[in-house]
Design a protein around this ligand. Structure first.
Ligand SMILES: [Zn+2]
Length: 80
């Protein structure tokens, strides 16, 4: 597996789950730990973020992040 600068980015303080996409880039789920607290996800491979930032419950955020990680092949991006 090719490693990229986005394979092991700095862990955010509110990191809940770190997944990896098909080429090893990190997909982070962040947010509150308690039930009902908002969470979000970001893919460090392609730069995609939650389509509902800071609104999704962990149950849904985890599912969406895992789904993205299982199909994303991007290792690096230069998006703002
Ligand atoms: Zn991605």
């Amino acid at each position: 597996m090719k490693l990229s600068p986005h394979t092991m980015p700095v862990e955010p303080a509110d990191l809940l789950i770190r997944l990896h996409n098909l080429v090893g880039a990190a997909v982070d789920v962040t947010g509150g730990r308690g039930y009902g607290e908002p969470t979000r996800w970001i893919c460090h491979g392609c730069g995609v973020v939650s389509d509902m930032p800071k609104e999704d419950l962990l149950l849904f955020t985890r599912r969406k992040a895992n789904g993205h990680a299982s199909e994303c092949r991007a290792a690096y991006h230069r998006l703002g």
